[in-house]
Design a protein around this ligand. Structure first.
Ligand code: MSP
Length: 645
């Protein structure tokens, strides 16, 4: 039985449709998977979608869909994309899958039974956008990841005793030095862990869209406890765990290299073997983001220049592990120089010479000894580069081999040799043609993980009817080309592309695709006119300043007995004692959601009694006729008591 190899990409959030960042990781994972298959491994590659949490709930609401409908659509976009880009995904796991729920609950119970979780109450600064509490942050601090203001949140949570795992984790990094790669990431993680670990909140009571915590009505699992477990639920019952490789982007190293092994050690379950974190793709040397609107998508690129051109470009241009810039111009330029001119030209030149000078039949080897040596060196270099995720270095070595053959062809000038009647010249011609064709065969085998479709075309042009043989490990040796084999039908592989029209076309398609995806996942639809209440009669500024609006912070919140609509709140607006306010928002907000929240208050409204409680003000909220209210809030942090004018 062949050895198993199990690798994963992150499971992607469904609040944004797939973009080139997700594609980058998934393409690299597909490359590794194909390479491992070539080495004879029985490989499984898993990806999927991360579908729970407040952000997704909100995104669904903004396009008037239920979370389930919404996640079905966006998850489908990911699955389709990977298919259209010819990425060989073996398992696609969604966190909404019931089998996954069971696994997350089992992990929790295993941690709980072994005494690693407890229930506590937590007040902290929370970034709603990143779904993260920000350690050591004070009120008003921005989120270190996205820069948005954090909110102060208090809630009952389950905690994981991460603080107890410092030594075990450090031992893991010492015992398995390549558990986290590259080394820069390993060093960062080790420094972080040495600085001490805080216990980790692993459940929420303020979110509904999540996996229920066993035995707890109000709690659902917090994103990372849920998401990471996908790596196991994706291969449940398959005897695949532990994973050999988690391929991820650098921003989620902490979760994979600290939380995940700690959860697994706590549960007594086996640990993955390696986490490799690559760098970020930038656009115009800036971070890509949905808010900036500068996300590049892969499908428009595929339509114009093909998925393999993109794949080659990403793997060749960017040093895997470091950040790199994506540019449409560089993509087309790289395609023209390396694929159209470099590889494509060598293949077509070689095959057309064999067709013309040897009636389309492959001559016998062993070929030019110097080039054979260079080829052996290149095989070693590529092998080592792929194994250590240095894809661009591997491709660079391969292209120097191609140039050496180009040089040999120019030096030996087959077009002159063919005219000579000397047997020595004819032998030299055979040697040159064999060397070129064998280099093409070998290079295309080494390139298969990067260009699976184009390399299959090259093998067919070389006359191989069973391309499978060319992806076997023993194909990676000089001298395999069968003498006497007739070439297959030849044709262009990588036609040259004109730079500007191609770039213009990609940008045009990109904008179209963005509009389509925005409609699916992003922009709130424009309100229907009929639903908007008529405007109130005009007022003057003097009328307006009579209304004293203040920033208040909710100190406590509870439901008003006997009412479905009302919440009884204590709100600090900077006065000596907090205000009691009764607000008709209970259908839209739970008391837990209100705790710590900053709201806008009408502070000089005459008090009035509601259900026997005197309300000393009103919370400002927006709603359309017959719809639930949405509280007015602040994007930046504001001090309690500030006046709205
Ligand atoms: N859902 C979490 C991951 C959970 S894994 C158990 C998540 N999702 S995500 O949609 O934000 O995807 C993040 C991953 O997408 C990164 O780690 C990386 O693999 C890829 N990329 C997203 N943007 C990227 C770039 N701009 N550049 C390179 N890869 C990036 O985090």
């Amino acid at each position: 039985m062949s050895k198993k190899y199990y690798l994963t990409t992150p499971i992607y959030y469904v609040n944004a449709a797939p973009h080139i960042g997700h594609t980058y990781t998934t393409m690299a994972a597909d490359l590794v998977a194909r390479w491992k298959k070539m080495q004879g491994y029985d490989v499984v590659l898993t990806t999927g979608t991360d579908e729970h949490g407040q952000k997704i709930e909100r995104a669904a609401k903004s396009v008037k869909k239920s979370p389930q409908e919404f996640t079905d659509i966006v998850s489908g976009e990911f699955r389709d994309s990977w298919q259209r880009l010819n990425l060989g995904i073996d398992r696609f796991k969604r966190t909404t899958d019931p089998e996954h729920h069971k696994k997350v609950q089992a992990l929790f119970l295993a941690c709980k039974e072994r005494g690693h979780v407890y229930k506590g109450s937590f007040t902290g600064q929370y970034c709603v956008s990143c779904e993260l509490y920000v350690n050591d942050a004070n009120q008003g601090d921005p989120c270190p990841d996205c820069g948005r203001p954090t909110e102060t949140v208090t809630e009952e949570n389950y905690f994981f005793k991460l603080s107890a795992f410092q030594d075990k984790l450090l031992k893991l990094y010492e015992d398995q030095p390549d558990f986290i790669q590259p080394d820069t990431r390993r060093n960062e993680v080790m420094a972080f862990v040495k600085g001490g670990l805080k216990d980790l909140s692993i459940s929420r009571t303020s979110i509904k869209w999540g996996i229920p915590v066993p035995g707890e009505e109000k709690h659902v699992f917090y994103v990372w406890f849920d998401a990471l477990t996908t790596y196991m639920s994706a291969v449940e019952g398959e005897d695949r765990w532990p994973a050999d490789l988690h391929l991820i982007g650098k921003e989620i190293v902490r979760f994979h290299a600290i939380y995940w092994p700690a959860f697994l050690i706590a549960a007594g379950w086996p640990l993955p073997r390696k986490v490799f974190a690559h760098g970020f793709l930038l656009f115009g040397n800036e971070k890509m983001s949905k808010t900036k609107g500068n996300l590049v998508r892969a499908l428009p690129i595929q339509e114009v220049i093909g998925a393999e051109a993109l794949r080659y470009y990403l793997m060749r241009e960017v040093t895997f592990g470091q950040d790199g810039n994506f540019s449409y111009d560089a993509l087309v330029t790289r395609y023209n120089s390396d694929l159209a001119n470099g590889l494509g030209n060598l293949v077509s030149r070689t095959l057309s010479m064999i067709t013309q000078y040897r009636k389309g039949v492959l001559p016998a080897g062993p070929g030019n000894a110097e080039v054979a040596d260079l080829a052996r060196t290149a095989i070693g270099a590529v092998r080592e580069a792929y194994e250590s995720f240095q894809f661009s270095r591997g491709l660079e070595s391969l292209w120097s081999l191609l140039s050496a053959v180009d040089k040999l062809i120019v030096e030996n000038a087959p077009w002159k040799l063919v005219k000579s009647a000397e047997p020595a010249d004819q032998a030299k011609l055979d040697e040159t043609l064999y060397t070129a064709a064998e280099t093409v065969r070998l290079a295309s085998s080494l390139l298969y993980p990067v260009l699976p479709e184009s390399t299959a075309k090259i093998w067919a042009q070389l006359g191989f009817t069973s391309p499978v043989a060319q992806v076997a490990a023993d194909a990676l040796d000089w001298g395999q080309l069968p003498a006497g084999q007739a070439l297959g039908a030849t044709g262009p592989l990588f036609p040259r592309i004109e730079l500007q029209p191609a770039v213009d076309k990609m940008v045009e398609l990109e904008l179209k695709d963005k509009a389509r995806q925005d409609a699916l996942v992003g922009k709130a639809p424009v309100a229907e006119a009929s639903n908007i209440a008529p405007l109130a009669p005009q007022i003057t500024i003097d009328d307006f300043v009579k209304v004293d609006l203040r920033v208040g912070q909710v100190l406590s919140a509870e439901r008003v007995k006997g009412s479905d609509k009302l919440l009884h709140l204590q709100i600090d607006i900077g006065e000596a004692t907090p205000r009691t306010i009764v607000a008709g928002i209970a259908e839209a907000y739970t008391p837990e959601q209100m705790l710590g929240r900053k709201v806008a208050i009408v502070a000089n409204l005459a008090p009035r009694k509601l259900k026997g409680i005197e309300s000393q003000g009103m919370i400002v909220a927006a709603s359309r006729e017959g719809e639930k209210p949405t509280l007015a809030g602040f994007l930046e942090d504001v001090p309690v008591g500030a006046r709205l004018k």
